[in-house]
Design a protein around this ligand. Structure first.
Ligand SMILES: *Cc1c(COP(=O)(O)O)cnc(C)c1O
Length: 344
């Protein structure tokens, strides 16, 4: 067996959802877009549904259809991209709830599926998805007469609690929605942590469930173990890997592990990321290549059979820091070649 093993701890995922839920007095849903942040929306969705989640969010209708097959009837599955051209059959057949983003989407939805559930997405300043304040003012009475099940918006800077954009978007969202008798949602993971003003009727965390920042207290959900496929001895002065970027300064032992940038372990992380042999730290040396990574195991008193790249000591955010990106990107890039194991 030479493929790396990705272990996904569904108990930790559920514990993270419970921990976020316990920070609020309102309902807590779950965002499982991008195939459950790369961890399998069916596995993740079923575990969360069993723990009591009734509201799921995906990016596009196709993801909603896959999730509905995994969950069966019951939980609400909302689609951030709304009701796009070509989505009607998917929405109808899978009982999806589009979050309508424009007048055009509203017309498409009520014409194609009169009486079918929908929500409204408002733009409170991020300028990405949702109806603008003026558009909403013009459409509001008609939209409300069709009984939306949720009105939502999204925060651009919620991972920075002191950012003035948070309060500004909160105030715009309130202006657009105060006094309406429709459930409201503004907070993702970051907004959930900002406090009760941001919670409204429903919080919808994503990344925090999967162990990512800005949820500092999250339990690690993923562990990645890379099998060692060869170990060799180097003399001082010998080099390792493409472009000779690392040179042995002492007699060294180098382990070659099976995984590389084709598995989402992007080249940039090689500079400062480490691996673990049990409790001991072994640095990555040389360039990360497509299928292989080289590790300095000189200081170990044994030859390891695998080295761990992701665990509770080096999280997706630590790897992201090493690579100059964010935990979300590391998570959603974890590759298709891994042998995946679900715990819990
Ligand atoms: C991705 C997303 C979320 C979840 O965000 P996290 O930061 O992962 O918690 C919530 N709402 C919208 C509209 C999103 O696009």
């Amino acid at each position: 067996m030479s493929t790396a093993r990705l272990t996904i701890d569904l108990d930790a995922l559920v514990a993270n959802w419970r921990a976020l839920d316990s920070l609020t007095r309102v309902e807590t849903g779950a965002v499982v877009k991008a195939n459950g942040y790369g961890l399998d929306s069916g596995q993740v969705g079923r575990a969360l549904a069993m723990a009591g989640v009734r509201n799921f969010f995906v990016a596009v209708a196709e993801e909603g259809a896959i999730l509905r097959r995994a969950l069966g009837p019951g939980p609400q599955i909302s689609v951030f991209s709304g009701h796009c051209d070509g989505d009607t059959a998917l929405i109808r057949d899978n009982d999806l709830t589009p979050m309508l983003n424009s007048v055009d989407q509203m017309l498409r939805h009520v014409e194609a599926l009169p009486g079918a559930a929908f929500g409204i997405q408002l733009d409170s300043g991020m300028n990405r998805l949702g109806m603008e304040p003026a558009e909403w003012a013009a459409l509001r009475d008609i939209a409300l007469s069709q009984n939306p099940v949720l009105i939502m918006s999204h925060l651009a800077c919620a991972d920075e609690p002191a950012h003035p954009m948070n309060a500004q978007q909160l105030s715009v969202f309130k202006e657009m929605t105060d006094g309406l008798s429709v459930p409201r949602s503004l907070a993702a993971t970051g907004g959930t942590l900002l406090g009760p003003e941001y919670h409204f009727d429903l919080c919808r965390p994503g990344v925090g469930l999967y162990g990512g920042m800005p949820f500092e207290d999250a339990l690690a959900v993923v562990q990645l173990d890379l099998p060692v496929i060869q170990i060799r001895d180097l003399q001082p002065g010998e080099t390792v890997g493409y472009s000779n970027t690392w040179t042995a300064q002492r007699p060294s032992r180098i382990a070659t592990v099976s995984a590389g940038y084709a598995d989402g372990l992007i080249r940039a992380l090689g500079a400062t990321a480490v691996t673990f042999a049990g409790d001991e730290v072994c640095p990555i040396v040389g360039r990360v290549s497509m299928d292989l990574i080289t590790v300095d195991v000189t200081d170990l008193d044994h030859d390891p059979s695998f080295l761990t790249l992701l665990n509770d000591r080096q999280t997706v955010d630590d790897l992201a820091d090493a690579a100059g990106t964010i935990g979300y990107e590391i998570l959603t890039s974890l590759g298709a070649r891994y042998q995946r194991r679900y715990k819990g």
